[in-house]
Design a protein around this ligand. Structure first.
Ligand code: ZN
Ligand code: ZN
Length: 359
């Protein structure tokens, strides 16, 4: 944690800031260890403060020993203003992508001597490279999702509804070590699978229906993200063609991952395979995204990405093809960018058809 704060201080120096205020929960947690839902970090070249209210005093002492607790007893802005004048802060950076207009105006009003400097992604860019401790949590989250997917493939039978499937996954993950889901499971059967973020419905799954299942577990704040697509019992020729195209696109991208590759270029590797198969128009989202304390974080591996992959990044590779009225196929792995390529973290089997009846 101390090292992380030092890296923020380096960024402060390079941007000529006296301090950085951090209010985003994941950034607060990343730098301090504090998991509470309210609080502001004040990081200066010499000090690391955590201002929060009565509910969290004990928690801060336990979780964030490197930070000095500043007790908030009235309006938060009053406490912040006291610290600003005590420390003589002039140029203060804040997370312009997080702080609301109301809060910003309040800060301006109550701390008129401060020059507020909007910053974007100072902490987020540090978070892209995962350390060993973070990888341990991520790998556990990936394993829990993998085990739930394998369980589901054995449990599934015709007539189960999308909601029942989502619940079965949730129960399995939460009884096998997940503190919660990294997001509400997406289960899209038949035509619903054409919506890449389908909300589970009461639609029962029938033989031959395309099924898209996208879910993940959270372990010590870290997310996993996993998608598999298959049919139960049998699949049409068209389904098999589309499924194999998506798999080929994913494998091409996974083989291309290496440090120094642009996120947009990686997207292009998968997109080319899908375009050549004639489905280019049907791959309407980016290839992948970083995963960590947030389910979607940097770096992006989409068409519009301006990020470049580096060793220690964790990204998803999730090409998809969606045909309205018919359904969809998406296959998603998480990979760790390594010195000379990547390590595929996800282990769930990739099969286009789950046998039914089972012997
Ligand atoms: Zn996903
Ligand atoms: Zn994803």
């Amino acid at each position: 944690m101390k090292e992380r704060v030092e890296r923020v201080r380096t960024a402060l120096a390079s941007q000529g800031l006296d301090a950085l205020f951090i209010a985003k929960a994941e950034n607060r947690r990343y730098l301090s260890g504090f998991t509470g839902s309210a609080g502001v970090l004040i990081i200066t070249p010499e000090e690391a403060l955590l201002a929060t209210d009565f509910r969290y005093y004990e928690q801060v002492k336990m979780q964030a020993p490197d930070f000095t607790l500043v007790e908030v007893t009235g309006p938060v802005v009053k406490t912040l203003a006291e610290q600003v004048s005590r420390l003589g802060l002039r140029r203060v950076g804040f997370e312009s992508h997080v702080v609301t207009v109301d809060t910003y105006q309040e800060w301006q009003r109550e701390m008129p001597s401060v020059e507020w400097v909007p910053t974007k992604n100072i902490v987020e860019s540090l978070r892209m490279v995962k350390d060993a401790q973070e990888m341990e949590a991520i790998i556990e989250a990936v394993r829990i999702a993998d085990e739930a997917m394998v369980h589901l493939m054995e449990w599934l039978r015709p007539g189960k509804t999308e909601r029942e499937i989502a619940w079965e996954l949730e129960v399995h993950m939460r009884t096998h070590g997940a503190e919660k889901l990294s997001f509400a499971a997406i289960v899209g059967s038949g035509p619903n699978g054409a919506m890449s973020h389908a909300v589970p419905s009461d639609r029962p799954v029938g033989i031959g229906d395309p099924l898209v299942i996208d879910m993940g577990a959270m372990v010590r704040g870290y997310c996993s993200d996993l998608t598999r697509s298959f049919c139960l019992g049998e699949a049409s020729e068209e389904y098999l063609t589309i499924w194999h195209t998506v798999l080929e696109a994913q494998q091409a991208a996974e083989a291309a991952v290496r440090p120094g590759l642009a996120g947009a270029a990686l997207d292009g590797v998968a997109r080319q395979v899908i375009e050549q198969a004639g489905y280019g128009e049907k791959f309407g989202h980016g290839l992948g995204h970083g995963v960590g304390l947030e389910i979607h974080e940097g770096p992006s591996a989409g068409r519009l990405s301006e990020d470049t992959l580096a060793e220690g990044h964790v990204v998803t590779i999730e090409p998809g093809i969606y045909l309205p009225g018919w359904g969809g196929v998406r296959i998603e792995d998480m990979v760790l960018v390594t010195e000379d390529g990547c390590r595929i973290l996800t282990q769930s089997p990739k099969v286009p058809v789950i046998p039914w009846p089972r012997d």
